[in-house]
Design a protein around this ligand. Sequence first.
Ligand SMILES: *Cc1c(COP(=O)(O)O)cnc(C)c1O
Length: 455
Amino acid sequence: MSLREAVNTVLDWHEQWQGQWPDYSPSPIGQLDTATLKQTLGELTERLNENYPFFHPMYVGQMLQPPHPVALTGYLAGMLINPNNHALEGGPATMKLEKECLAQLAKMFGFATHLGHLTSGGTLANLEALWVAKQKHPDRYIVYTDQAHYTHGRMCDLIQARHHKVKTTPEGTMDIHALQAFVEAQPVGTVVVTLGTTSVGALDPLNMVLMLQQKYGFRVHVDCAYGGYFATLAETDPDMAVFRSLTQCDSVVIDPHKHGLLPYGCGAILFQDPRVASIYYHDSPYTYYNSDELHLGEISLECSRPGAAAAALWATLKSFPLSPEGMGQILKQSRDAAVLLAQAIRTSEEFTLHLTPQLDIVTYFPTGPDTKTITEKTLALYESGLNSQTHPLYLAKLNVDASRFSALHPDIAINTDTVTILRSCMMKPEHVGVVPQIMDALFYHAKAINQSALV
Ligand SMILES: *Cc1c(COP(=O)(O)O)cnc(C)c1O
């Protein structure tokens, strides 16, 4: 079914749904005549042309892609009614859909019990986890790594929690000895583990953190805003086995708007122990007047939340269940694409692989003798791909500390404080089929910048 047909199905349903109520005449105020509307939409779409082609397989930059058609039509269906999941009365149907989605996510994480809800994104979802961490242990530290998402530090400041950054290995994963040294010396309430860092997709050693937890008793929050959907492969792919240990964690964040095919505005927070509800609970007699059971509006920091996001997620999970055969297939394509690209880069002379990818982000750079040359080449190559009519290639850049870089590439001279390298998110299922084309384009631009450097 085409997107157009799917959209029409939704529009037909909506017309019928509205038709159940007595006729009324819409107010003339607010009616737009066709010409004005056409004009506005014409201008708007013209403005929207100024975008990178996130949909295209030659876009191998940031974690961006348009939503799946099923998510889009699911969202549209919800949005036409526009329920608000802040309360049962605001979104009777979508509140149920949201709960079903959360139950599916909880099952994927292996949570025996759960409490959770959708949020506007990973940042807000993490904020809730950190806020609960602070409420549980007001005087103890929240610990995260120097490669954790930059919002953890901000959010800890916001909630005025004591917080500490532990260092990471050159590969970007938590230095477990540094963590151990800190928890031995200081009271730690919660450790934030990142499964899939945003910059390179590095997986913190969750199992070792859990071993320390046995001894020190801190809580474990896992930020897998980006990597969480790889849990669909935990049982079938040994590289993803770490996700099996989510079952032992206190809270988890996942972003359906990253790897879950959803449009922006959809993150999720899940707690394993439903009793954290008592931390949120506030008696709000006006809004929640006729709901007996505790509902999602009562356990969220945000008030208004789009029921449409729940509708979109529900429809997407119905089409792509959280199993190796469902969503897992899509994640596997991404993972395979990254492995293939890394292999191709490793065997090329023009490019050097920075890190072996742990998920689907590949980091690499144009081969060079020193960090200044590498940075210059990276920037030139980035621009060359971006501005090419014949060989468009959309890459992303990543700044790496020279010391971290040097630990991985001891033969390269260091003559800058940081080095800029290339970063490619292989998140679209099409990527796996176009690795040779991506390499061709990389070679083409590597040659182009070398030639222009000679002129
Ligand atoms: C993207 C990301 C976040 C922030 O999530 P938003 O949805 O952008 O607010 C937090 N943590 C990790 C690991 C992420 O990848």
